[in-house]
Design a protein around this ligand. Structure first.
Ligand SMILES: C[S@@+](CC[C@H](N)C(=O)[O-])C[C@H]1O[C@@H](n2cnc3c(N)ncnc32)[C@H](O)[C@@H]1O
Length: 269
């Protein structure tokens, strides 16, 4: 169930932030040839895998993830999009041995996955090994899940949820405060660029995009409701229960989130 929620959340992120995902994939792909060999580290439900396969018409993309259900969603999407011949999935726990045989990649892409790695420095060093000389690493990290509510009470509730979530991530040992450019440089990469994308989206009321934003808000707040039961007050839980009923009728939801993307290159010679 928890997995389903995360997979649904990732698919909604891909749908609602489609323009952002295409922009980043286009920007990164501009550094590559169409026949690039790409590895998506912590690929989830394949947002990056599919976006890169579409941007680079002859690229081969390998999606790595520990979670077989996520990889199955990628396989289904690859088949449905006619991309199955260029997308391969490999199940691996990257806190253990990294898969053999993935060598000489032109691009390693890791979106919102590096903070999950038990040992970030080791993960960056493994990625360095998988790239060809001159190959590119593109890492995206986010500060937190998106916010949706703009009314003062709703915004304050989301603020408390985000504080509790951040505490939970720290307690779980996730690396949300890592100095990524320092990790890249230590591994031997030259950091070429850093871009922060600040996203604020309020689709027209009653549009399909607005319906997707509502679903994204419902899944996000439901996850908070069930995952933070012991970290939020009874009043906040009651407010979240009420929102589960009232959200579908609201037309003031605004998605706010920010992502930072770094490009780092393995030296050519
Ligand atoms: C927040 S999701 C991001 C998914 C995708 N990159 C995206 O941008 O939508 C993080 C992903 O990292 C995967 N992951 C976490 N720890 C992992 C590990 N030790 N080895 C492999 N994958 C891992 C999770 O299963 C999940 O699919």
């Amino acid at each position: 169930m928890a997995h389903e929620h995360m997979a649904d959340l990732l698919d909604l992120d891909a749908e609602v932030l489609g323009e952002y995902h295409r922009e980043v994939a286009g920007w990164v792909s501009a550094n590559l040839t169409e026949r690039a060999r790409v590895i998506d580290v912590g690929a989830g439900t394949g947002t990056g895998t599919l976006a890169l396969a579409r941007q680079l018409p002859d690229a081969e993309v390998v999606a790595l993830d520990v979670d077989g259900e996520m990889l199955k969603r990628i396989q289904d999407k690859a088949r449905a999009s006619g991309l199955a011949d260029r997308i391969r999935t490999v199940q691996a726990d990257l806190d253990q041995a990294w898969p053999d045989g993935l060598k000489a990649a032109d691009l390693v892409w890791a979106a919102n996955s590096m903070h999950h790695m038990g040992d970030p420095a080791r993960a960056v060093a493994q990625i360095y090994q998988m790239l060809r000389p001159g190959g590119l690493l593109a890492v995206t990290e986010l500060e937190s899940f998106p916010r949706f509510l703009t009314d003062p009470a709703g915004a304050a509730l989301e603020e408390r949820i985000h504080t509790a979530m951040a505490r939970g991530r720290d307690e779980a040992g996730m690396h949300m405060h890592e100095d990524w450019p320092a990790r890249f440089a230590e591994a031997g990469f030259a950091v070429e660029s850093e871009r922060r994308f600040a996203i604020a989206l309020r689709p027209p009321p009653d549009s399909p995009a607005a319906a997707a934003v509502t679903r994204y808000a419902m899944v996000t707040l439901s996850r908070a409701r069930h995952g933070l039961e012991d970290k939020l007050s009874a009043g906040d839980i009651a407010d979240l229960d009420a929102l589960a009923t009232t959200l579908p009728a609201r037309n003031d939801l605004t998605v706010r989130t920010s992502r930072t993307v770094w490009l780092a290159r393995k030296p050519a010679g």
